[in-house]
Ligand binder design. Structure first.
Ligand SMILES: C[S@@+](CC[C@H](N)C(=O)[O-])C[C@H]1O[C@@H](n2cnc3c(N)ncnc32)[C@H](O)[C@@H]1O
Length: 240
């Protein structure tokens, strides 16, 4: 039995799939509001992407060859919708596990008339492995990932050496991985992982953090951090 499990994991790894045993989230069963449920019912066909459909072809999906920006863990989607609205020359794909957040994002995108955004309701680790082609993304955004403050929980943080390598595979050459966090220890770990990973160039002039770029709207989580007096660290690395 144990041997069989091992074989399966090894086989998957040989196929280039990144198997992660510890998840970066705890599934919260928050209730959908009526508006969120309605938005999912009415617009999922148009805006939703499903893990079981496998690899996507972005040109076919969006009907154009515009650069693709992927955002992981978009929360309620407010800042993602704002970015998509401000950049109609780009295509956006969001991944979030929290269903009410996905519903809120779809509802807001429709309200704002945004049509360059598609979303997954699924674990980003599996979407990256099974649905996103290598070398297909111009930007990956990870804003305020769950910080998992306690040391014994650090293994749950989504940013790990394997994750950083997966993101590099998915980016085009010259594509940018942009992270932000309001937890200093997480920012330091992100920086360590990025600097030890070959094939990335730090876009920081001081070889650590970058000033908050103008195109990143304040996220909901960040606003909360500001109220609590937290600092914010942005990191941007390009694929060499
Ligand atoms: C602290 S919140 C930040 C949300 C948003 N980016 C913001 O700044 O307001 C982190 C989000 O990441 C999502 N998340 C965590 N792990 C994930 C995963 N593996 N795949 C997709 N979403 C994930 C959580 O559900 C949560 O909504």
């Amino acid at each position: 039995m144990t041997e069989q499990t091992h074989k399966t994991i090894e086989q998957a790894q040989e196929e280039g799939k990144y198997i992660r045993k510890v998840r970066s989230f705890v599934k919260r069963e928050g209730r959908l509001t009526k508006g969120q449920a309605r938005a999912l019912e009415l617009y999922w066909q148009e805006m939703g992407l499903n893990h079981e459909n496998g690899m996507v072809n972005f040109s076919e999906l969006f009907g154009n060859d515009n650069p693709v920006v992927l955002e992981i863990g978009f929360g309620m989607g407010k800042s993602l919708v704002e970015m998509a609205k401000n950049a109609p020359e780009l295509n956006f794909v969001g991944i979030e596990v929290h269903r009410p957040g996905v519903g809120a994002c779809v509802a807001l995108a429709k309200e704002e008339g945004v049509d360059n955004l598609k979303v997954y309701e699924h674990d980003a680790i599996e979407i990256l492995a099974d649905c996103i082609p290598d070398g297909s993304l111009s930007t990956v955004q990870l804003f305020f990932p769950d910080p998992w403050h306690k040391k014994k929980h650090h293994k749950r943080r989504i940013v790990q050496p394997e994750f950083v390598e997966t993101i590099r595979q998915k980016l085009k050459v010259g594509g940018v991985f942009h992270m932000a966090t309001d937890w200093e220890n997480y920012a330091e770990c992100m920086l360590d992982d990025m600097q030890s990973s070959p094939g990335y160039k730090n876009l920081s002039e001081t070889n650590d953090y970058v000033p908050r770029p103008d195109n990143r709207p304040l996220t909901k989580f960040e606003q909360r951090g500001h109220r609590l007096g937290h600092g914010v660290w942005d990191l941007q690395f390009s694929k060499e």
